[in-house]
Design a protein around this ligand. Structure first.
Ligand code: FES
Length: 107
């Protein structure tokens, strides 16, 4: 079991527990995290699963592939250097304790 904290734009936090082996998006949706819409279900065609990671957290994941970077152009909220699409972030046991920031909006 791994623990993840989601911090919304208003600084409210949602803590979830999940098992490794699936995406950060799926973990968020399954736990009812507010602020992850994931309209496309993880097929990298919607950009409504946008999250922001600090540099240390971002380094724990493989770099974004070009298709993910291209899709981030369609994110509703401004992107920053730590912006990722959470459907592309696979959770491993080493991800315990992740802290993820949510954008102010996904549409
Ligand atoms: Fe649609 Fe991630 S869920 S791009």
């Amino acid at each position: 079991m791994i623990h993840i904290r989601f911090i919304a734009a208003d600084e409210s936090a949602q803590d979830i527990q999940t098992n490794p082996g699936h995406s950060l998006m799926k973990a968020a949706v399954d736990a009812g995290v507010r602020g992850i819409e994931a309209d496309c279900g993880g097929t990298l065609t919607c950009a409504t699963c946008h999250v922001m990671l600090d540099a240390e957290t971002a380094a724990r994941f493989p770099a974004a592939v070009q298709d993910e970077r291209d899709m981030l152009d369609f994110a509703a909220a401004p992107v920053d250097s730590g912006s990722r699409l959470s459907c592309q972030l696979m959770l491993t046991p080493e991800m315990d304790g992740l802290v993820v920031r949510l954008p102010a909006r996904q549409y």
